[in-house]
Design a protein. Structure first.
Length: 145
């Protein structure tokens, strides 16, 4: 059983996309989550920021890399994953990161235009002249500014 985590925060850098040896896309993002509260005794406002590393794979990785930029407010859902490795100097390292199931722009302080991306298929391209695809509805023809 996995537990789902949801983060709402701002990207601290542009997503970085890479490809594995077998061609799988992976993107890494960093999300800053701010928390603000008022101290009951002093009535002063306090603030705390937590930073989370987020990893996403395949189409989600590619879509995040072309759609999101540093500073964008995002909503991320995924699961926590603990990773360990040995550094080049022989030290054991560990990290907890969020493996994203879904990422979207937050609409609390901004608007977004959604454009559906084409699905990848494993079928070969047809030979000869292809027929044009049917025109999508007007709402689906919006493009990102």
């Amino acid at each position: 059983m996995t537990t789902t985590i949801t983060l709402m925060g701002n990207l601290t850098r542009d997503p970085e996309i890479r490809y594995t040896g077998d061609g799988q896309a992976t993107s890494t993002l960093a999300v800053a989550v701010n928390r603000r509260w008022q101290d009951r005794t002093t009535k002063e406002w306090e603030e705390s920021t937590s930073f989370f590393d987020v990893v996403c794979w395949r189409e989600l990785a590619e879509n995040a890399a072309v759609s999101l930029v540093k500073g964008a407010r995002v909503v991320v859902t995924g699961r926590l994953e603990h990773r360990t490795w040995e550094s080049s100097d022989g030290e054991q390292r560990a990290k907890v990161e969020v493996v994203a199931d879904d990422i979207g722009p937050s609409l609390r302080f901004a608007t977004a235009e959604v454009q559906r991306s084409e699905r990848r298929t494993a079928e070969p391209e047809p030979q000869g002249e292809a027929e044009p695809a049917p025109e999508p509805p007007a709402a689906a023809r919006r493009t990102r500014k």
